[in-house]
Design a binder for this molecule. Structure first.
Ligand code: NDP
Ligand code: HSE
Length: 430
């Protein structure tokens, strides 16, 4: 039976994502109504610049007073696609207080202060859904929150930022410059309002915090995630990776410790073998592997950024939240019962590719090898290329704790024969 009284939706933000949400709500209104069991009506659209022309949106719906919109009292669902911490946080908590459920794409806020949002939703018996916050169109939050709720997830590893994957891909496959590739990603609507969030790894770290929290049933905040961006990845790194049969990707890796008593979450560029499925993730696509005890290894793949793909995830949440509303139910809330501590990066064990500029004379290789041995870091391969009394030395290690590698690099820098450490990159996916 179709309910005739519409469910009212307040849209906060009408930019890259919001404009696509509004478009699909309008063009697919009948299908959405049939799937939900009631029509959904766009009741208001909050923006910053009211005079901007917004195709397909009734100008009478536009307001700059987002607070008044969420306080109206007749709004069933607030869709927050403004981004950032404030006013988004206050608008979301106010929405709960005034009887609305919330759909958000705001990974920065969820990673910074998800607890406040979850608590406000629970206090007022409302839904907080955020599929679009991680990996764009890819259904990932719901599988982790619901489909895998009976399993034990031990690892989540993947590419979760479309902008940086787009940039690295353009640099690697088309020889594009970094700035040129970033400009292209921004023009295509992939980058955050401040693209520093993408290239310095903040966006991927926020997503890693959200994924780790849900996967391991614990609270993980942005500050808990070790973060390195792609601004220091050079074309020499990409060439060196190619020489090893690898490519460079910005990875987010969340792991449960072998004893199950702690977790780690990190974001950094890494070399991965060309044979690894993540190596063939191109452009702004994302891909995430989830390893669970009973399920084994699962892979999620698809468009990770952009207006329409992200709106798809928002609309999926909107349908779910509206259905819950009609059934006078709510979906899953926060599950953080394990309260596992997040271990520091120094505890992470992985392999490393280190590029050194050294003096090309007898004994240097032995000296370098001794430093590695003294820090308990075992060398897998060494390659040396000499030029005019200087040499470039590329060392690839076996697995070692990150703290041991940091100690090794610090000691190497002190050797007279080491002119410089050209690059250090982790090697993953083998
Ligand atoms: P945009 O910058 O394109 O859009 C932001 C919108 O919010 C604009 O319409 C802007 O108004 C409005 N806005 C800003 N401040 C206020 C305010 N104080 N009150 C009312 N409205 C305001 O961002 P995106 O659409 O790209 O991103 C939105 C959210 O979705 C962010 O959280 C982002 O991280 C997330 N996201 C984005 C993806 C993407 O590919 N772009 C993918 C996944 C998630 P005006 O139009 O007047 O400037
Ligand atoms: N700026 C983000 C990215 C948008 O490039 O992945 C999707 O979350």
């Amino acid at each position: 039976m179709m309910r005739t009284r519409p469910l009212k939706v307040a849209l906060l933000g009408c930019g890259v994502v919001g404009s696509e949400v509004a478009r699909i709500m309008t063009t697919h209104a009948d299908d959405l109504a049939a799937r939900i069991g009631a029509p959904v009506e766009l009741a208001g659209v909050a923006v910053r610049r009211p005079s901007k022309v917004r195709a397909g949106i009734d100008p009478a719906l536009i307001t700059t007073d987002a607070t008044a919109l969420v306080k109206r009292g007749d709004i069933d669902v607030v869709v927050e696609v403004i981004g950032g911490i404030e006013p988004a946080r206050t608008l979301i908590t106010t929405a709960f207080e005034h009887g609305a459920s919330v759909v958000s794409a705001n990974k920065a806020l969820l990673a910074e202060d998800g607890a406040t949002l979850y608590e406000a939703a629970a206090k007022h018996g409302k839904d907080l859904y955020f599929e679009a916050a991680v990996a764009g169109a890819i259904p990932l939050i719901r599988p982790l929150r619901e489909s895998l709720a009976g399993d034990t997830v031990n690892r989540v590893l993947g590419i979760v930022n479309g902008t940086t994957n787009f940039i690295l891909d353009r640099m690697d496959s088309a020889g594009a410059g970094y700035s040129e590739a970033l400009d292209e990603a921004t023009a295509l609507g992939y980058a955050e309002a401040d693209p520093t969030a993408d290239v310095e790894g903040f966006d991927a770290a926020a997503k890693a915090a959200i994924l780790a929290g849900i996967a391991f049933h614990t609270r993980v905040r942005l500050d808990d995630v070790h973060r390195e961006g792609i601004t220091e990845v050079t074309s020499a790194d990409l060439a060196s990776a190619k020489g090893m049969g690898c490519t460079v990707k910005l990875l987010a890796i969340c792991e449960r410790a072998a004893d199950g008593r702690s977790v780690t979450a990190r974001v950094h560029p890494a070399m991965i073998p060309l044979s690894h499925p993540l190596a063939s993730v191109r452009g702004a696509y994302n891909a995430v592997f989830v390893e669970a005890e009973a399920a084994g290894e699962l892979m999620f793949y698809g468009p990770g950024a952009g207006g329409a793909p992200t709106a798809s995830a928002v609309l999926g949440d909107l349908v779910a939240v509206c259905r819950n509303k009609l059934n006078e139910a709510t979906g899953p809330g926060e599950s953080a019962y394990t309260q596992l501590p997040v271990s520091p990066m120094g505890d992470v064990v992985t392999r490393y590719h280190i590029s050194l500029d050294v003096a090309d004379k007898p004994g240097v290789l032995a000296q370098v090898a001794t430093v590695f041995a003294e820090h308990g870091v075992s060398i897998d391969t060494v390659r040396q290329k000499g030029k005019d009394g200087e040499a470039s030395l590329v060392v690839v290690t076996h697995r070692a704790p990150d703290a041991a590698l940091s100690g090794t690099v610090e000691a190497l820098r002190k050797l007279d024969t080491v002119r410089g450490v050209a690059s250090i990159m982790r090697v993953e996916g083998e």
